[in-house]
Design a protein around this ligand. Structure first.
Ligand SMILES: *Cc1c(COP(=O)(O)O)cnc(C)c1O
Length: 396
């Protein structure tokens, strides 16, 4: 019966029945005249999630990594200089992708657990008097370390330096779970995917594209075909796709947007904050430490937690799976063995979160971790009781 257990990995996330049903579709003809009635409102409604009015949303059948590749190849040319900070596995992989496209990446090396350093971005941009840097890359939510960065601060640093580079943001594990403001932050390319905040199966890259980024497509010389923004935008404008669309996912996305709007985006963000605070209360009660260096960096979608010295986090996550049938995120790259992650995003309630805290607590106790059984659950319960009390007194 372990298929009844939620996963606590930070993506792909739990798929609610409503979305599984919405994706359970017989084949339909994507060249039939009614396809446009499905696609166009989905693309329009996605703009509300990105919080953009001036931009456009372009999707591709791929995982989130394809969204990165599309953002880079459509707007840059080999040899172009880009500025990026590395502070976790996902920011690292984005840098690697740029290098493989022969871009010249200026890397700001940061300690894992820290966030995007707006001040250092500003310094490098101010020093770039001839405006060689074409793009600034920021990972909004570094899923490997559970760190959320301040994208608005990076935008302010770019503006203060008077630098015309475009701003590219990875929001794969933050969009539709934590506040994201594409227009307000002046984001030119915002890359996301279907399998995290949107609670769907993997298979769709979802990219917010500014007018400036669309204009850059004409000059960009990186080769692209499958991921060409222009082909997709032209086909979408006529109500279609340049190739076979992932129809079931588009139906799922329609229903996912309905769910997000019914709950209200701000309520979705508040729920993620509340559940994350419950998890953090448990971590504190265990006497363990988050990878994120300070509270302003705490992610509301994933927590990376260091295990005590002498313990192996991979043994813990394996044991939780084998003994209790529950999946938690492993430590990635240099954090392998040192930290595990609790994903707390997407289709999740406080009660589901309590079950995850209880399960990992049992696994830790089995392995003789120096924790008191029930301490994390109790701390989270106390936090949730207070949080619900506050909600109820507001409603009364
Ligand atoms: C999940 C994720 C991605 C994309 O990964 P895919 O497996 O290609 O969908 C990119 N960046 C971050 C921060 C992520 O969490």
């Amino acid at each position: 019966m372990t298929e009844q257990n939620p996963v606590f990995i930070p993506g792909p996330t739990n798929i609610p029945d409503r979305l599984r049903n919405a994706m359970s579709m017989q084949t339909a003809d994507h060249r039939a005249p009614d396809f446009v009635k499905l696609l166009s409102p989905v693309l329009e409604d996605l703009k509300k999630v990105f919080k953009t009015e001036s931009g456009k949303v372009i999707t591709f059948p791929s995982s989130g990594t394809g969204g990165w590749e599309a953002a880079v190849t459509n707007t840059l040319s080999p040899g172009d200089k880009v500025l990026a900070a590395r502070f976790g596995m996902f920011s690292h992989r984005w840098i690697d992708l740029c290098q493989r496209h022969n871009l010249d990446v200026e890397v700001i090396e940061c300690e894992w657990g820290s966030g995007a350093p707006a001040d250092l971005y500003g310094e490098r941009l101010a020093a770039d008097k001839s405006h060689e840097i074409k793009a600034v890359l920021v990972t909004h939510n570094e899923t490997a370390t559970g760190v959320r960065s301040d994208v608005g601060a990076v935008r302010r640093a770019m503006d203060a330096a008077g630098h015309p580079a475009m701003l590219y943001v990875d929001c794969v594990s933050s969009l539709a779970s934590m506040d994201f403001r594409m227009d307000e932050w002046g984001v030119d390319l915002a890359v996301s995917g279907s399998q995290k905040g949107f609670m769907l199966a993997v298979g769709m890259a979802i990219v917010g594209v500014s007018q400036k980024a669309l204009a850059a497509c004409e000059m960009a010389k990186c080769p692209r075909c499958f991921f060409d923004f222009r082909d997709m935008a032209d086909a979408n404008a006529k109500g279609g796709f340049p190739y076979t669309p992932p129809l079931q996912l588009i139906y799922g996305l329609r229903e996912s947007l309905n769910m997000l709007f019914e709950e209200g985006l701000e309520n979705v963000f508040a729920r993620h904050f509340r559940i994350a605070e419950g998890v953090r209360a448990a971590v504190g009660a265990w006497g363990m430490r988050l990878c994120a260096k300070s509270p302003d960096l705490y992610s509301d979608t994933v927590s990376a937690i260091y295990v005590p010295k002498g313990f192996d986090s991979n043994v813990l996550t394996d044991h939780a799976f084998d003994a209790y049938g529950v999946s938690f995120g492993i430590g990635l790259g240099p954090m392998s063995g040192k930290a595990f992650r609790i994903g707390h995003l997407g289709s999740l309630t406080d009660v589901m979160a309590l079950s995850g805290i209880a399960a990992i607590e049992m696994a830790m106790k089995d392995l003789n971790y120096p924790i008191e059984l029930g301490s994390g659950v109790s701390a989270a319960q106390e936090y949730f009781r207070k949080a619900f009390g506050a909600i109820q007194s507001k409603a009364a």
